[in-house]
Write a protein that binds this ligand. Structure first.
Ligand code: 2BA
Length: 109
């Protein structure tokens, strides 16, 4: 068995959960925050059998979009107040960041 830890954008999560539950997968949804943007995102825990892994990855891929966003970063080469030494950058977020972990035991009591 595998545990997928999938970090996705909030805008995609309802469609993704609907698509996964329609196929019979079980999910736990966690409200999380990205360390770089410090904005909310969603982390899904999905326990699957090994032969289901490719299907689940495909469902995630087809429901999670890449999006561009702008943020300000501090330019360390400029010595001035925090208001004037930030520079805007454009970054691409998503579709999804996924960790796949081997499950030693799956117990439901
Ligand atoms: P955030 O940490 O808020 O990152 C949002 C986006 O900012 C990232 O999108 C990436 O495009 C950019 N970014 C992150 N760190 C950066 C850095 N040091 N320099 C320049 N740009 C940077 P994604 O890569 O799609 O990541 C989306 C979210 O997935 C992340 O939100 C974080 O919550 C999670 N994530 C991604 N990689 C991770 C990892 N290795 N470990 C844990 N969480 C991760």
């Amino acid at each position: 068995m595998k545990l997928l830890i999938a970090i996705v954008q909030d805008a995609d999560v309802n469609f993704l959960i609907d698509a996964l539950t329609e196929e019979g997968y079980r999910i736990t949804k966690l409200a999380t925050t990205g360390g770089f943007l410090k904005k909310g995102n969603t982390t899904l825990l999905i326990g699957v059998e090994e032969n289901e892994l490719e299907e689940v990855l495909g469902i995630i891929e087809s429901n999670c979009k890449k999006r561009n966003t702008k943020t300000n970063i501090i330019n360390p080469s400029v010595e001035s107040s925090i208001l004037t030494n930030t520079v805007p950058i454009e970054i691409t977020v998503g579709g999804a960041t996924i960790f796949v972990i081997d499950v030693e035991q799956y117990i439901q009591l």
